[in-house]
Design a protein. Structure first.
Length: 128
């Protein structure tokens, strides 16, 4: 479970989970970023053995670890949220500190100029 949560954190840069799971996944994520900072082949193999997803390891070593080179720890933050309605468990956001989350962009709607002209109303066929 923790490996999948950390892989989701690496690919999405931010996940929403319970506080207990966030605290557990945080330690694994911080250790993986520490491995990614050195960038050796041995550390890549150790990260792949722990996470079991090569695409997440590639993102970790190529995108996330270089942004965290100057930090000496504390690569993630936990932001507490509201309680879940079903079981009243405390929810939290687990995210990387210096990595910007990929926010989905809103599509920009542009109207072509041909639609700007009003259309003529069609006459009823049965009316005289």
């Amino acid at each position: 479970m923790l490996a999948n949560m950390v892989c989701s954190l690496i690919t999405h840069k931010r996940i929403t989970t319970t506080v207990a799971k966030a605290k557990a996944a945080r330690s694994v994520a911080e250790k993986m970023v520490t491995l990614g900072k050195s960038g050796t082949v041995h550390d890549r193999r150790l990260a792949t053995a722990r996470l079991h997803q090569t695409d997440a390891v590639k993102i970790l070593f190529d995108e996330i670890a270089p942004t965290q080179k100057a930090r000496n720890g504390g690569y993630t933050r936990i932001i507490r949220m509201h309680q879940r309605i079903g079981d009243a468990s405390q929810l939290a956001i687990l995210e990387f500190v210096d990595v910007s989350a990929a926010a989905p962009e809103a599509p920009v709607e542009t109207k072509p100029e041909t639609e700007a002209k009003p259309k003529a109303k069609a006459k009823k066929a049965g009316a005289k």
